[in-house]
Design a protein around this ligand. Structure first.
Ligand SMILES: Cc1cc2nc3c(=O)[nH]c(=O)nc-3n(C[C@H](O)[C@H](O)[C@H](O)COP(=O)(O)O)c2cc1C
Length: 401
């Protein structure tokens, strides 16, 4: 859309929207979930989860910025989040944030393993909240995939050895994530327990830093997912083998984090809902796990896929992961987020209105255009003024050039 037309239609107003008479998007609140939805759902209907209300169903998917020193947030993180809060998203989930220094993917990843990290994050969350978006954070441990150079380093994705500021990666099982990579170390039981505590401590710090939604990263082959999938977990103790043993780390982490955060704080988990390979983690496993974490007070499953196997035949295309969000939502009776190549407003709206997910998460499309939510509003509800920050709105209304 041409920029002027965008501004004019964003402000011109009148209401015609895409509100549907169908009630397909309504969510029946699961027993112990904190979500309440009233009325019919569409991309711009608010969503109440425990004590938090999202102004719409559009979330920024967590995306590593690889731009921290010693885990600290800085001006880049402020600008990145500020732009997308002003752009109209309902929820911003900050990138995979290391719960320990070794839980980072690269030495440049964001971290929250010490109290000193809190003030700089607080600046980000204060601004995001002031502009109507809800600040969320993804708490993460990189596991076997840790200690790599950031993608825009000349040694892109290569191992960073300890003598160059890296570390020896750890996992449920000591297996190389890819050939030629470092040989990781298997976590001891004591270290697993310490990692659970580190998640809980990081969650407490997140609350102190002003985050209102906590997401646990159990996807993409990182530590949490590595415990779940038989492709990466060959343990023979209580944390490996059967499904019940492989979900133990997940359940212990969820319990510890839920106990560490206020009752009215929403808790999300990101799963790789399938490994896309035989003998891997499946949609059925994800549904079983979703039912278990729902009982422990998780409110929403953010449904990504893949990451455990480099050779998985992933049918990448628009909506390719949405069926997983729809399946988990239907079968586990828990709210879900859909992510992956959601780029068009009508596409995103249909996912919500059809009841396939409760929120959509946009990654690269929000990098391309922080104002995508406003653009979507203009496209879907051209006769209603889009909510725009007052600093811009007055100028767009009152200036004629
Ligand atoms: C630059 C970049 C960084 C990412 N970092 C993370 C991350 O920190 N945590 C995560 O769970 N997914 C991460 N992802 C995956 C996205 O959250 C998202 O699931 C994926 O990009 C698919 O959505 P999209 O098609 O809208 O981009 C990242 C993706 C990109 C492009």
């Amino acid at each position: 859309m041409d920029r002027r037309l965008f501004c004019r239609s964003a402000l011109a107003a009148g209401f015609a929207a895409t509100t549907r008479t169908s009630t397909a998007g309504e969510l029946t609140a699961p027993a112990r979930s904190g979500i309440r939805v009233t009325g019919e759902a569409h991309l711009f209907s608010p969503l109440e989860i425990r004590g938090v209300t999202l102004r719409n169903r559009i979330a920024m998917s967590p995306m590593c910025m690889y731009s921290s020193e010693d885990g600290f947030a800085n001006e880049w993180h402020f600008a990145h989040h500020a732009a997308r809060a002003v752009g109209g998203a309902g929820l911003l989930i900050a990138e995979a944030t290391g719960i320990t220094p070794e839980g980072r993917i690269t030495p440049n990843c964001l971290g929250i393993w010490k109290d000193e990290h809190i003030p700089a994050l607080r600046k980000v969350t204060d601004f995001v909240s002031a502009y109507g978006a809800v600040p969320g954070i993804q708490l993460a441990h990189s596991g076997l995939k840790g200690s790599r150079h950031r993608p825009f380093h000349p040694k892109r994705n290569q191992y960073v050895p300890p003598e160059e500021g890296g570390w020896v990666p750890v996992g449920p099982t000591a297996m190389r994530y890819r050939s030629g990579g470092p040989m990781p170390r298997e976590l001891t039981i004591d270290e697993i327990r310490a990692t659970v505590r580190a998640f809980a401590d990081a969650a407490k710090r997140s609350i102190a830093a002003g985050f209102q939604v906590i997401e646990l990263h159990f996807a993409h082959g990182y530590l949490g997912h590595a415990f779940l999938t038989p492709l990466m977990n060959e343990r023979t103790d209580d944390y490996g083998g059967s499904f019940e043993n492989r979900v133990r780390f997940l359940l212990e982490t969820v319990r510890a984090v839920r106990a560490a955060i206020p009752e009215d704080t929403p808790l999300f988990v990101r799963f790789s809902a399938t490994d896309w390979v035989e003998d891997g983690w499946t949609l059925e496993d994800s549904i079983r796990a979703a039912k278990l974490v729902k009982e422990e007070g998780v409110d929403l499953i953010d449904c990504s896929t893949g990451g455990a196997s480099g050779n998985a035949p992933i049918p990448v295309g628009p909506d390719y992961q949405v069926p997983f969000a729809a399946g988990i939502r239907k079968e586990a009776g828990i709210a879900t987020g859909a992510v992956g190549l959601i780029t068009e407003p009508a596409q995103a709206n249909a996912i919500i209105a059809d009841g396939r997910a409760d929120i959509v998460l946009l990654g690269r499309e929000l990098l391309r255009d922080p104002h995508w939510p406003t653009r979507a509003w203009v496209e879907l509800q051209p006769d209603t003024p889009a909510p725009i920050a007052r600093e811009y709105a007055w100028a767009l209304q009152e200036t004629r050039r």
